[in-house]
Design a protein around this ligand. Sequence first.
Ligand code: DQA
Length: 144
Amino acid sequence: MKLLVLNGPNLNFLGIREKGIYGTRDYEWLVKHLEEKAAAEGHELEVFQSNCEGGLIDKIQEAYHTGVEGIIINPGAFTHYSYAVRDALASIQVPIIEVHISNVHKREEFRHTSVTAPVCTGQIVGLGLRGYDLAMDYLTGEEG
Ligand code: DQA
């Protein structure tokens, strides 16, 4: 299966930012871990991060042209207000799983709203980096 993992703003600062919330593992660890998992299960995976709304939108549109079959997205703070990222996700027909490392519902009020979740297949929240694995297992049909 051809899969795409998208990470939004500040997720490249994993292991640096708010370690009590996001953990101590860095972004490079996450990318390597997901690439190894996908390869071990025989899937094609691209992992992309951008601090810019447009970067994520361009990648979502590119996924349409390149035949990506499933998307895992952690839109970071764009989750809470980016109608542009939402519209991009709504434009394509593949299954999309939204992942949040932290339990956004236990945090500030503004994090309780996701404008992107309603156009996704499902959402995994608060399970740490494991959320990405679980999202991949769902998309690929693996037991995990
Ligand atoms: C996050 C939660 C968002 O509220 C925050 O802006 C992030 C990370 C998470 O993975 O828990 O950047 O998406």
